[in-house]
Design a protein around this ligand. Sequence first.
Ligand code: KIV
Ligand code: ZN
Length: 504
Amino acid sequence: MGRTIKIFDTTLRDGEQSPGCSMNLNEKLEVAKELEALHVDIIEAGFAISSPGDAAAISAIAETVRGCSVCSLSRCNEADIDAAWEAIRHAAAPRIHTFIATSPVHMEYKLKMTEAQVLESVAHHVAYAKKYCPDVEFSAEDATRSDMNFLCRVFEAAIRAGATTLNIPDTVGYTTPDEYAALIRYLREHTPGIENVTLSCHMHNDLGMAVANSLAGVMAGVDQIECTINGIGERAGNASLEECAMALNTRRDFYGMDCNIDTKQIYHASRMIQTITGVAVAPTKPIIGANAFAHEAGIHQHGVLANKQTYEIMTPESVGIPKNAIVLGKHSGRHAFEERLIELGYSLDSEALNKAFEKFKILADKKKVVKDRDLEALVGAVPVTGTEKFALENFVINTGNTITTTAVIRVKKGEESAERVAAYNGPIEAAFHAINKIVGREITLKDYSLKAMTDGEDAQAEAIVKICFDGDEDEMVTGRGVSTDVIEASIKAYINGINKYFNN
Ligand code: KIV
Ligand code: ZN
């Protein structure tokens, strides 16, 4: 029996830090539940000191998730560690993750600290975190550009102060597999006490080597991989969870190691992150891209038909991509509907199921067949918590290529209805401006995308908007709307974003 590699998921911290990937509390909670279902070992739920919203989300996750550790990031600084502990203290298995940079360039220009000061800070702050929590992870930021001997002294200090996990991050995605493996071997040979702690890797993907570097790390003795769903993260992203897990799984013959990930949940987790963030993965993305299991070339198709193993090293089912066996339509009953949702990885409570079934019946009236992607579109979004402030009642658009477009939008606003008209260049712009008049705030559209969820003329369109209020681009909100009508999908997405903003 080989080693079992721990999977430390940082989608909600490093992933959420990447532009356009921010999530609200309710969405983070849904993601955390999905990570628990995926059987990750540790969820890094956020960076508590960074904002009250982050702290609240970490607390909510710590109180909800019972099946794995919940961790908050903190710099080597007492206020950060206090905030981290406050946020995770109710977790079933809390972990404090504290870090400081150790590379010459970071110490001189960012921290303005000497090596001796960094060493002292590590010893003091790891011991400070340890007073709160038995499980303390210490990271040497920019480890791969740090002096190896200094790194050994830093890690020795962290071990003496009580760290249980030592993370060796490639913060800027600079290292290579061979170089990283050599670094791990060096640290293992030259750091007293290192055999008593868990070693961890945390790789960024700037040179496209994050997954390869992570796997080189485990081959050299690392027992924990830090990664994110879909590889989201700062700049070019982090090591992708699905790629690391499936590499260990598919090449067990080579690596001889396991991880606890329930690979059948991968597709669902990936779709959830794409839906919530509005950041789609490329069709060629390994494991979960639209083309990952598609065989276009005739020679490949011929081979796959004869024997799947000719061109398939893993099956779509092993990562939870559903077989399109059942097609639903307007005569399908509630039972078949529910069964299919379960097969797709959704478990809805009875109220959510009732609402989804109502929407399904309306859709099934418009479309001959309802496919899996239609169902995902129906139930994929995390509902806005609390009362939705605004709801679309109806709209009329008058447009053409020789006239100014006008939009009349009627929206339910609490108990009342409000109707406004706006004239603009195109239907989407006109509709959004009419809604702005109803909401009475300066709302700016920063990004807009529209794509067909299924094929055929009666496809459902998914619109994603990214909006900000009063020019504050740091607080970007993602809204999503789905309809067989592209304008309705866009209006719904805009209103969904507005409701999320007011319920944050
Ligand atoms: O990339 C990095 O170094 C980090 C640390 C905070 C672990 O995200
Ligand atoms: Zn990172």
